[in-house]
Write a protein of this length. Structure first.
Length: 360
């Protein structure tokens, strides 16, 4: 029996209850969580923007220690520190065959199969994004755990499971930021802070952070922003004013709203690149004219999980952490217990703070 924060129905508040976890079966791993990040994707799962069967235990950004392994699991053993991987690639679908594991057609399969039971009534529970990290312990598929490289603090390592992989990949893979380029970053939450740090590592010459909250300026500058703007109707014009009238070489949008996607697009120069990381709802419609698409020659692309292969990218991130180039703890603005998740969701909805970390 372990404690977990579960979602009883869409748009319902998360409540903390006891759940019953099974022992790991063949190809499964049981993990005792050290920490779990509260990500905007969890909010999208709770309100139906992203599909998730309910009732469910949410949470997908986590790190912990292996408690037990099922038959056939050889890459981790009890006692090993691990990072959860909410999108384990199957290695055999069409997209994996193309070398694009972040688009794996089967990575979300675990989320649709009950994995535990509610202690109070024995009802089935589904694992949010296949990982169910808002719990003291979880049982996941073997592919959903990655050995934690040496030299990375276990609690802070939770951020590697989503925010840091996504932000790093958005810069180095999706947007492919090059040394000396200019970049605008829209939305300075957990992923936005990871983008800022990663852009600094990539050698961007000017990094303009944009957020609706002026209170995030200090966080943004500490992460690597050279400039900070409070979002408004004139944001794109302000960015062009900071870049000689041209606009930035690239923009990365971490919010998932039509207005910020449009502003990011309008902030880039002719031939510039806009990468959308934020997850928006189907009601968010972005419009462009046919003439501007031709005239500006810009590109607009989506980005899933930073276009990362976590197996390959996690060791790279660990090396940056050991060398002091990446600061995980600096992204965390609140550390809470499991009972504080509902408050963390409210703060995230209001756009306050960076990353909140549930520490077990």
């Amino acid at each position: 029996m372990v404690r977990a924060a579960f979602l009883s129905a869409l748009n319902a508040p998360l409540t903390v209850e006891d759940i019953e976890l099974p022992e790991p079966g063949p190809g499964q791993v049981r993990v005792r969580l050290a920490a779990a990040g509260v990500c905007r994707s969890d909010l999208s799962l709770s309100n139906g923007t992203l599909r998730q069967p309910v009732p469910a235990v949410l949470g997908h950004e986590g790190a912990g220690t292996v408690v037990a392994v099922g038959e056939g699991v050889g890459h981790v053993a009890p006692g090993d520190p691990v990072v959860l991987n909410w999108a384990p690639a199957c290695g055999s679908c069409h997209f994996c065959g193309l070398g694009e594991p972040w688009l794996c057609a089967n990575s979300g399969a675990a989320a649709t199969t009950p994995y535990a039971r509610l202690a109070s009534d024995g009802g089935d529970l589904y694992p949010g994004l296949g990982t169910a990290a808002f719990a003291e312990e979880t049982v996941v598929a073997a592919g959903a755990v990655l050995p934690l490289p040496d030299g990375v603090p276990l609690v802070d390592a939770a951020l590697l499971g989503c925010a840091m992989l996504t932000g790093y990949g958005a810069v180095h893979h999706a947007a492919a930021i090059r040394t000396g380029e200019t970049l605008a970053v829209f939305g300075i939450g957990g992923v936005g802070l990871a983008v800022l740090q990663s852009a600094r590592i990539a050698g961007a010459a000017r990094i303009i952070a944009v957020d609706a909250s002026a209170a995030k300026e200090e966080l943004a500058r500490a992460a690597g922003a050279t400039d900070f703007l409070v979002a408004g109707e004139g944001t794109a014009k302000e960015i062009r004013g900071l870049t000689g009238g041209y606009g930035t070489d690239a923009a990365i949008e971490c919010v998932g709203r039509a207005d910020t996607i449009r502003a990011a697009w309008s902030s880039t120069r002719r031939g510039g690149r806009t990468t959308v990381v934020g997850i928006g709802g189907q009601d968010q419609k972005v419009t462009f004219t046919a003439l501007e698409i031709f005239y500006f020659g810009r590109t607009l692309s989506g980005c899933v999980y930073g276009n990362c292969d976590p197996v390959k990218d996690l060791p790279v991130l660990a090396e940056h952490i050991r060398a002091g180039r990446l600061d995980l703890s600096g992204m965390v603005t609140d550390r809470i217990g499991l009972d504080g998740i509902s408050t963390a969701f409210e703060a995230m909805t209001a756009g306050r703070g960076g990353r909140t970390l549930v520490v077990f």
